[in-house]
Design a protein around this ligand. Structure first.
Ligand SMILES: [Zn+2]
Length: 207
């Protein structure tokens, strides 16, 4: 799981939330494009441009189509958290790059949540709950970690497409065709596909 290096609530969102009163209560989706844009760009930067779950690079030009604002605790069951910044992330889906319905991550997670057995998307702790075989397969770092098993199952983090992608990346790292500089440039704001995995494999942390 990629996770995020979460920062504080951005200022425009904070001001918008503070308008709450008898006549108006904040609700999702945001009724202000300024707030929506600020939230989206803040989340993108915190996640280095990658899906919070699988770590694929988000297609920045196709917001709302190939990626969406993800409520970690789903809106349906946690309405008061629907505009809480700490509960918001970006996930790939609703469609994949070919325009087909996404088969992994937030799109399949939908309203699932287990308050007692989940992995919070805090980088790097969340990445460390998993290990990745050279084949690209994913397993919990500790075999009986029910939270990690729940995330793999409910987000389909073991989907064959993800396994293949991850296996390809690790093979190119071990073969010397790619190294960490292909996944993160110090001056860049965004990482490349599966950078969290590459850095874990190399025993390092993604900035
Ligand atoms: Zn994803």
């Amino acid at each position: 799981m990629k996770g995020s290096r979460k920062g504080p609530t951005p200022p425009k969102l904070l001001a918008w939330l503070n308008k709450a009163g008898p006549d108006w209560q904040p609700d999702y989706p945001f009724d202000s494009s300024e707030v929506r844009d600020e939230v989206r760009s803040g989340l993108l930067a915190e996640q280095r441009g990658l899906c919070v779950y699988c770590g694929r690079r988000l297609d920045l030009a196709r917001a709302g189509e190939t990626y969406h604002v993800e409520h970690f605790r789903p809106r349906r069951h946690y309405k008061p958290l629907s505009t809480t910044y700490a509960n918001l992330f970006l996930s790939c889906g609703q469609k994949d790059e070919h325009g087909k319905p996404s088969k992994t991550c937030g799109a399949v997670k939908a309203d699932w949540f287990d308050e007692d057995q989940h992995v919070a998307p805090d980088y790097p702790q969340c990445t460390h709950r998993f290990r990745f075989m050279l084949s690209g397969k994913i397993e919990p770092q500790v075999a009986d970690d029910v939270g990690a098993l729940n995330m793999i199952k409910n987000l389909r983090l073991d989907h064959p497409e993800l396994n293949k992608d991850r296996g390809d990346v690790l093979m190119m790292i071990d073969g010397g065709d790619l190294d960490e500089t292909d996944f993160w440039e110090p001056e860049g704001r965004f990482a490349q596909n599966y950078a969290h995995l590459v850095f874990q494999h190399l025993g390092k942390l993604l900035p």
